[in-house]
Design a protein around this ligand. Structure first.
Ligand code: DQA
Length: 144
C-alpha cells in the first residue's frame, strides 16, 4: 500500500473562515475528511498534517524519510518564501506534488513565484479541494 503524507502549511487551519471567496467555505476538517475518504477508495495509506510553523513543517518532512512514498504539500505562504522547505524536500528525496486551492498565477505578482515548483513532480493550482484529490488519484494510478 502506498503511503502518502499531505502537509498543509500556514493559515490553512483557518479554511472556511479565511477569505472564503478565494479559498471556499469548507473547513480544513471537512477537506481532510474528503481526502481520507478518497484515499480509502484509492487504497492509499494517508496521513494529514497541518502546521503554521515553518520549523514544524520542516520536521514533518524530515520525519517522512524512509516511511512515506509520496508527499502532497500546500505550504500556504511559505510557498513564496521558503528556501528551507525546498532544501528539506530535496534532502529527503521523497517525490512530491505541490498543490494550491487558489490559482496562484491569477493573483498578486508575489504569489507567482514558488520555491518548490521546479523540483516538484507536478503542480496543481486553482482547483480547490480537487487540487488535492487529483494529486491523490495521480499517485494511486501512476506511482509505483
Ligand atoms: C495557497 C496560496 C498561497 O499564495 C497563500 O499564501 C495560501 C494558500 C492556496 O492554497 O491557494 O496560504 O497556498
Amino acid at each position: 500500500m502506498k503511503k502518502v503524507l499531505v502537509i498543509h502549511g500556514a493559515n490553512l487551519n483557518l479554511l472556511g473562515l479565511r477569505e472564503p471567496e478565494i479559498y471556499g467555505k469548507k473547513s480544513l476538517y471537512e477537506l481532510n475528511k474528503k481526502l481520507y475518504e478518497e484515499a480509502e477508495k484509492l487504497g492509499l495509506y494517508l496521513v494529514v498534517y497541518q502546521t503554521n510553523s515553518e520549523s514544524q513543517l520542516l520536521e514533518s518532512i524530515h520525519n517522512a524519510k524512509d516511511f512515506f512514498d509520496f508527499i502532497i504539500i500546500n505550504p500556504g505562504a511559505f510557498t513564496h518564501t521558503s528556501i528551507a522547505i525546498r532544501d528539506a524536500l530535496l534532502s529527503v528525496g521523497i517525490p512530491f506534488i505541490e498543490v494550491h486551492l487558489s490559482n496562484i498565477f491569477s493573483r498578486e505578482d508575489f504569489r507567482k513565484h514558488s520555491f518548490l515548483s521546479d523540483i516538484a513532480k507536478g503542480v496543481i493550482t486553482g482547483l480547490g479541494e480537487y487540487s488535492y484529490i487529483l494529486a491523490l488519484r495521480y499517485i494511486a494510478e501512476n506511482e509505483s
